[in-house]
Design a binder for this molecule. Sequence first.
Ligand SMILES: [Zn+2]
Length: 83
Amino acid sequence: MFRPALICIKRGRGTPFHKIQMATFLYKCPVTGHNVQGLIEGEVKQGADVHEAVVCLACRQTHLVNPSTGAVLGARDRPPRGR
Ligand SMILES: [Zn+2]
């Protein structure tokens, strides 16, 4: 009889997956210029100095984004690549 080796993946101590609060926000990918939805655990913290590391769904790079403003740290005011 076949038995799968991995029955389930459990998170370590802490909050179970179904009880984790997630927050979404929008930012503009500095590489592609697309508007991208970011997802972070917990609430969106307010403040100009708050940045979250997110893996971008558009370019697959990591950006530091301020979730409350959508500003990307280090992004320049230049046209996106390929334009
Ligand atoms: Zn990106």
